[in-house]
Design a protein around this ligand. Structure first.
Ligand code: ZN
Length: 204
């Protein structure tokens, strides 16, 4: 394994731990796909979690603008799935702090815990295990920026773009592996559905 794992090494690790699955998947947003990724299955193993988060932190350290602000950097994640990535990166980078958002109920807006407030001008790196639709990370970005903090970058282990992925514009974006599943925009256009292959519903 390289200090920054290659795309092939990441894919091999994810397959080996069952985090990449082949089949016919029905996503909550209506997309059908030939591949499903659940990075948490790989993050069960501490050594794997460490290899991935340290590798990702090395990509960030290579950016001189980010390297200069590491001591004051907050690493913030929208979901529990991002926590092992966030803590692993914070340890490797020696960044300032880690925190995360959550929701009162499914469908309610994202929020931070009581008394957790950003300082105006606080430098924030958004982190998650995977960027797929980008919906959670986009909501987190709005929430962080609404308090006057500054989002300086976005980092994920796996980037799996879909036809519905949100564009984050010029924000520096880091990932260890980019995976292109074959996506169909709905059941009507899905070749696997046409062949009558049974679907597997995925939650997220
Ligand atoms: Zn289908």
């Amino acid at each position: 394994m390289h200090l920054i794992p290659t795309q092939d090494e990441v894919v091999q690790l994810l397959r080996h731990t069952g985090a990449i699955r082949d089949g016919h998947f029905d996503y909550p947003n209506g997309l059908h796909a030939t591949e499903y990724i659940q990075v948490q299955l790989a993050m069960r193993y501490y050594q794997h979690a460490k290899v991935l988060s340290v590798g990702l932190s090395r990509l960030l350290r290579a950016n001189p603008e980010i390297r200069a602000i590491i001591p004051e950097l907050s690493i913030v994640t929208p979901d529990t799935g991002g926590l092992p990535v966030a803590y692993g990166m914070c340890e490797a980078l020696r960044a300032h702090q880690v925190y995360w958002a959550d929701r009162k109920d499914e469908g309610s807006p994202m929020r931070f815990r009581q008394y957790l407030e950003q300082k105006p001008g606080e430098k924030v790196l958004l982190v998650d295990d995977i960027l797929r639709s980008g919906r959670n990370l986009a909501e987190l970005k709005r929430l962080v920026e609404s308090t006057g903090a500054e989002v300086v970058g976005l980092a994920v282990i796996v980037y799996q773009p879909t036809p519905k992925t949100i564009d984050f514009g010029p924000l520096p974006f880091y990932y260890l592996a980019k995976l292109d599943a074959l996506y169909y925009t709905d059941a009507g256009s899905c070749d696997l559905c046409k062949r009558g292959e049974p679907t597997e519903k995925v939650w997220i």
